[in-house]
Design a protein around this ligand. Structure first.
Ligand code: 2AL
Length: 250
């Protein structure tokens, strides 16, 4: 059986979160799939706003470049803002799937309306922006926050996980939504238990993205190289961006 190699990129530099994401991805991966969890060498420890996303996107592009060079079959962007998604698709030949788009797509297949539970209140606005961008605005009932920073999910106390659980229970009751999408890569390990407890589908984008990339690869589909997603036009980049000048990648 051929082994598929899927690179799961955590765009922040938290090794603990990279591990949580990698474990969640491996839990659902098929036996013939190798999951390669990575994060950038430099950047932000958590992504909670547009500034963080811009820096995280550079880390994504770096890791996609290295992954392409190493011959991986597909890439997952494991941050709910999907930072750098379209730019990453320009660099890649295989599929590149973001966890927000994966979770939203999956949610529309199992419910007519879903709600999202995310981290800090400012990320609620980012989630609404993505819903509009992806065309899922009319599928989303509401976006809620646990009002805690991303790294509270990795502090080992379980407090943030309890807040996620409470917010999901409230969302189900208030919104009468058919499904809940978890709005952070650091929540990846909570979906299965919450689905069971709430008796509605609770969707984690990391696992959703793994199954989507496997499906695309199984169908022999990669990223289109026609039009805007063609490889970037070659030009001499300078300074820290020389990594993108490698002719084998461009
Ligand atoms: C995220 C995420 O998934 N990872 C991160 O660092 N920030 N997004 C979020 N809404 O909290």
């Amino acid at each position: 059986m051929t082994t598929l190699r899927i690179q799961v990129i955590n765009p922040n530099t938290s090794l603990a979160m990279t591990q949580t994401i990698g474990e969640a991805a491996r839990m659902v991966a098929s036996s013939g799939t190798e999951i390669l969890p990575v994060c950038p060498s430099h950047g932000v420890p958590s992504i909670e706003g547009h500034f963080d996303e811009a820096i995280g996107a550079m880390g994504v592009l770096e890791q996609v470049t290295l992954g392409e060079r190493a011959g991986v079959d597909g890439h997952i962007i494991a941050c709910f803002g999907d930072p750098g998604l379209l730019a990453a698709r320009e660099l890649a030949t295989g599929p590149v799937v973001g966890i927000a788009e994966a979770a939203m797509h999956m949610a529309t297949l199992v419910a007519t309306r879903f709600s999202i539970v995310t981290t800090l209140p400012r990320t609620v606005i980012i989630a609404h922006h993505l819903l509009r961008q992806y065309g899922f605005e009319h599928h989303c009932q509401a976006v809620h926050s646990i009002d805690l920073p991303v790294l509270s999910l990795e502090d080992g106390t379980g407090f943030a996980q309890q807040k996620v659980r409470e917010r999901c229970i409230q969302a189900k009751a208030q919104d009468n939504c058919g499904a809940i999408v978890l709005g952070c890569g650091g929540m990846a390990n909570l979906a299965r238990e919450l689905s069971h407890e709430l008796c509605i589908p609770v969707i984690d984008g990391v696992s959703a993205a793994v199954k989507m990339v496997e499906a695309l690869l199984g169908l022999g589909l990669g990223t289109s190289k026609q039009g805007d997603l063609a490889k970037p036009n070659p030009k001499p980049l300078t300074g820290p961006y020389t990594i993108f000048n490698d002719p084998s990648v461009m």
